[in-house]
Design a protein around this ligand. Structure first.
Ligand code: NAP
Length: 449
């Protein structure tokens, strides 16, 4: 019987486990996660007000409750935890589905000024990620700049522009809800370095910005008009065309004087973050006006515009991080692979696989992980005859425990869920997430009693 470890319980890990049990009637799968909680970015990345996408957790749950699948949380693979080599001793095959854990850098002066954060830090805060320790995002801020025009930029812009009352029914942690209730941010500038027809957001997400009760989206027709595909969208199809049409609709309607404003800006390339007079905090972002170069890129014009910002969120994409003991391509931030099989110096490494963002880079929607996982699982199952039998036939959990690992099992996670429901009830809210390691681990260990 094949025993497989899947590292990471986000969508790519869970879809990998699902493909494995669907395609092999005997395989047993352990899904390991560093956190005591499953679901990866569905729990810790999807915005709290995207309840429909969040409900995908119910589908992922069904997989993790399958009788040949086991969730083992609180297990760190790598430095400080179990090494990849020792993990391999416990399983016939390991599939790394660890995502892209860090953010890309801008590489411009002032990037690390107080008040400048990666969007990932902000997302982790409002998602109650237990590693999120910062909380001063909106304190003292009136104007915010979000750099980038992807779906993460839209998410963080929307959370800043929503009223706390709208977020209260969600599972947003109590401290973040309180901070957003006190927020004095009235203007959020979401800024792209290229044109409206090249923005990465999807239309549904873009349109949602236009439907916020206490905010309005402002665009500048002249700026949009710098994009030839905005002026004549006949060459555009699908999402790009719908995005352009949505922006055009906003350009044509009069401002209604809402309490908060979202400024969707284009053809502005960030060149520096500027400090206040004391040099202690970010005060503005300096952009250079760009123009389309006719080949999908832009060129600088030498003209600059400063946009006031006491809060800057850099939302320019995620990036994979190297895993101890695995090869890594630093230019793409991914593990080199052949149809999901890890490649070491160009040769297939038997028994080691990747799926999800660490395999193909941080692109695509949640559903993109299904075919990606299936491709990897197909490779793994083709290799299976050569993989079984090298390892003693014991239950890998015993082997993990012998190596000092004490996982949080499914009952521990269910206990966390009960604690989050109880916390919500005590606050007069629905389920409210536990935001720190201590409360999560205390809740998890309650199941033992
Ligand atoms: P993304 O889609 O890759 O967008 C990154 C943005 O940053 C682009 O606008 C890019 O502009 C810009 N950028 C990159 N480097 C820059 C620089 N040096 N200066 C200025 N701008 C720069 O990344 P993401 O928003 O982090 O999203 C990651 C993935 O998660 C995407 O596939 C996204 O669709 C998905 N996601 C989906 C949802 C949803 O479905 N609701 C929510 C969140 C995330 P250029 O195009 O010019 O490079």
């Amino acid at each position: 019987m094949l025993r497989v470890a899947v590292i990471g319980s986000g969508p790519s890990g869970v879809y990998t486990a699902q493909s494995l049990v669907q395609l092999d009637p005997e395989v047993r799968v352990d899904v390991l996660d560093r956190l005591p909680c499953p679901y990866g970015l569905v729990r810790y990345g999807v915005a709290p007000d995207h309840e429909k996408i969040k409900s995908l957790q119910n589908n992922l749950r069904t997989v993790l409750e399958h009788d040949r699948v086991r969730f083992l949380g609180g297990v760190e693979i790598g430095p400080g935890g179990l090494s990849a080599g020792r993990l391999r001793e416990c399983y016939d095959a390991v599939v790394y589905c660890v995502g892209a854990a860090t953010d890309r850098r801008l590489g411009i002066p002032g990037e690390d000024l107080p008040g400048s954060w990666s969007a990932t830090q902000f997302v982790s805060w409002y998602s109650a990620h237990p590693d999120a320790t910062e909380d001063g995002f909106v304190r003292g801020a009136r104007s915010a700049v979000v750099i980038g025009v992807g779906n993460v930029a839209v998410d963080v812009t929307r959370i800043l522009a929503r009223g706390a009352a709208e977020l209260s029914p969600t599972d947003i942690p109590q401290a973040a809800l309180g901070a957003l209730a006190e927020s004095r941010v009235t203007d959020v500038h979401m800024v792209g370095r290229r044109g409206p027809s090249q923005a990465r957001f999807t239309t549904k997400e873009l349109r949602e910005l236009g439907g916020l009760p206490d905010a309005e989206v402002l665009v500048e027709a002249e700026e949009l008009g710098l994009d030839p595909d905005y002026v004549d969208p006949s060459g555009l199809t699908g999402t790009l065309r719908r995005n352009v049409e949505t922006l055009r609709g906003w350009a044509e309607r009069p401002a209604r004087g809402a309490a908060r404003r979202v400024h969707a800006r284009f053809f502005l390339r960030p060149v520096a973050l500027l400090a206040d007079a004391e040099g202690a905090h970010v005060a503005a972002v300096r952009f250079e006006r760009t123009l389309p170069d006719g080949r999908g890129g832009v060129t600088g014009t030498g003209q600059h515009e400063d946009i006031e910002a006491q809060l800057v969120l850099r939302s320019v994409g995620y990036r994979g991080v190297p895993l101890e003991g695995l090869p890594f391509d630093a230019s793409s931030g991914t593990v080199p692979h052949l149809a999901g099989r890890v490649l070491r110096e160009g040769a297939v490494a038997p028994g080691e696989y990747v799926a999800g963002w660490i395999k193909r880079g941080p692109t695509g929607v949640i559903g993109t992980n299904r075919p990606c996982a299936k491709e990897t699982v197909t490779s793994l199952l083709l290799d299976a005859p050569a993989l079984v039998g090298e390892r003693p036939g014991e239950d890998p959990l015993g082997a993990l425990r012998a190596r000092g690992v004490a996982p949080v099992e499914w009952a521990g996670w269910q206990s966390i869920e009960r604690a989050e429901a109880a916390l919500g009830a005590s606050l007069g809210r629905n389920v409210v997430k536990l935001p720190d390691w201590q409360s999560l681990m205390t809740a998890a260990h309650h199941s033992a009693g």
